[in-house]
Design a protein around this ligand. Structure first.
Ligand SMILES: Cc1cc2nc3c(=O)[nH]c(=O)nc-3n(C[C@H](O)[C@H](O)[C@H](O)COP(=O)(O)O)c2cc1C
Length: 179
């Protein structure tokens, strides 16, 4: 059966390095005959979670912005892929805000099982992604049917577009192809 893959890129800048990883992942998914939708948060309006917990009853957020639409797509995806720049050894604030806004899923019959993390960082150190992995693992731990299936770091890339030629692009393509 074909898989439904949702890829969410959270960098807000043009020629984003982490979004290039997402593009390659999508290329691999499509190559393998599965379906991928790639959403960028760049042009989206996503407000902070208010913590009202109305979603506990309604399974919908009281804030009707773009997160509401993205979270519904997250619920029905088989695979979710997050792409993020590393900001202060963590995921971007945009990605964290989306994860918080995905709280309605906690009470839902969500479909996703495999979660992937793609990240770009200026540092060469491969551990630059560790804080983002830890943060995402915390979110995943609240969804017992899901698990972290893979991570890729494009390390040593700072300026926009400098990830071209990096081996992480090929890794992302292969990972997408193998889902
Ligand atoms: C606010 C901010 C914080 C950052 N913090 C880190 C960091 O902790 N470690 C690191 O290696 N790079 C850090 N960077 C660099 C970015 O991770 C790097 O430029 C990356 O390629 C951005 O990915 P993007 O092109 O997808 O936005 C930071 C950049 C910004 C703007």
């Amino acid at each position: 059966m074909n898989k439904n893959v949702l890829v969410v890129s959270s960098s807000l800048r043009s020629h984003s390095n982490s979004e290039r990883l997402a593009d390659e992942f999508v290329r691999g998914v499509q190559e393998s005959g599965n379906y991928a939708e790639h959403i960028s948060l760049r042009d989206k309006t996503i407000h902070f979670c208010k913590g009202c917990l109305t979603c506990q009853e309604s399974q919908r957020c009281v804030i009707h912005d773009d997160a509401d639409m993205i979270v519904q797509k997250m619920r029905t995806a088989d695979v979710i892929v997050f792409a993020t720049p590393i900001y202060y050894y963590e995921m971007s604030g945009q990605m964290k805000t989306l994860l918080d806004r995905a709280n309605p899923l906690f009470f839902s019959n969500y479909s996703f099982r495999d979660i992937y993390l793609l990240a770009a960082a200026a540092e060469e150190d491969i551990h630059a992604i560790d804080g983002a992995i830890a943060g995402l693992r915390g979110w995943i731990s609240c969804f017992p049917k899901a698990h972290l299936a893979g991570t890729i770091l494009g390390n040593g890339v700072d300026a926009a577009g400098t990830i071209e030629g990096h081996s992480a692009l090929q890794e992302a393509y292969e990972m997408g192809k193998a889902i």
